[in-house]
Design a protein around this ligand. Structure first.
Ligand SMILES: [Zn+2]
Length: 298
């Protein structure tokens, strides 16, 4: 069993110190082994799955014409060294982003289970940076354009020098149980009979455990008495980090407070195992929290 959540894992040597070199781009272009991962409006250039083959990321070479027209710091990020090779993200101009034979631009989310774990993690990292840069082209303080520094890992205002860094929004996701039963809820937009764990964003001024208690109370009225950290998952849609917990809660009839859930119920292990409840898909941290409580995975 893979103990890591999808999009997680140390599959890349980031070498953060290399971002500080003034000549990082010249070095990258002089290295014939440098490869470019291309993204366009949030979608990644991939070679979609074929019979017996996983979906694969497409790595473009230095001399690919699609790269050659985008060799400016505003369109590049030094991601690190992936399988030993220097790897850059290139943000392609949507009007100038052709696909080769057998290639396609694809949203990452549905690919989570189609890519190898290392490539899924690499694309999640690249997507987080790609979306952040697209959304911070102007300074949040004075409104002037920003320019990329630190090999694309920071944006600095061209007027007031205000620096912004990649954004990560922490969110908690928690399986609440009373020992015998697990508390799951469903949103009205989900497929019929789909139930999942309780989740929500951490608010300013909250510790993670404060957010767990508040979210569970707001969504279900259940009082949480103890909280254990389980695992986490990068979730770049657009910029979340899902922090997974299991928590003990006092058994009581759930009451829906904040309107986020359409229903919340306690389920026994037998009810969750017998297939009558539609659980989150494999690859979601919510599913791993449930499977872990059921004893099926770590
Ligand atoms: Zn500014």
């Amino acid at each position: 069993m893979n103990p890591q959540n999808p999009f997680a894992g140390t599959h890349l040597d980031r070498r953060a110190e290399a971002r500080l070199r003034d000549d990082w781009l010249e070095e990258a272009l002089a290295d014939p082994g440098t490869r470019f991962l291309a993204m366009r409006q949030g979608a990644a250039l991939v070679r979609p799955a074929t019979e017996g083959q996983l979906t694969r990321a497409v790595f473009l070479a230095n001399n690919d014409p699609r790269v050659a027209t985008h060799l400016v710091p505003e369109r590049l990020v030094l991601l690190g060294w992936f399988t030993g090779q220097r790897t850059l993200l290139v943000d392609l101009d949507p009007d100038n982003a052709s696909t080769g034979e057998g290639e396609a631009f694809s949203e990452l989310r549905p690919l989570a289970s189609e890519l190898s774990a290392p490539e899924a993690a690499l694309l999640a990292y690249a997507r987080a940076l790609h979306i952040w840069r697209a959304n911070h082209r102007h300074c949040g303080r004075c409104g002037a354009p920003t320019t990329a520094v630190r090999a694309g890992h920071a944006l600095v205002c061209t007027n007031c020098d205000f620096e912004s860094f990649p954004r990560i929004d922490p969110a908690i996701i928690v399986l609440v149980h009373d020992g015998e039963r697990a508390l799951l809820g469903r949103q009205s937009t989900w497929p019929p009979n789909r139930y999942s764990t309780i989740a929500g964003f951490v608010e300013p001024g909250e510790a993670l455990e404060d957010a767990v208690r508040r979210e569970v109370d707001e969504e279900t009225g259940i009082h949480v008495t103890s909280i254990d950290y389980h695992s986490s998952q990068p979730w770049p849609f657009p910029s979340s980090l899902m922090l997974g917990f299991q928590a003990h809660g006092d058994y009581a009839e759930p009451t829906l407070h904040d309107g986020e859930l359409e229903d919340a119920r306690w389920f026994t292990r037998a009810q969750l195992r017998d297939g009558s409840v539609l659980l989150p898909p494999a690859g979601a941290i919510s599913r791993r929290l449930i499977d872990s409580w059921l004893g099926a995975v770590a």
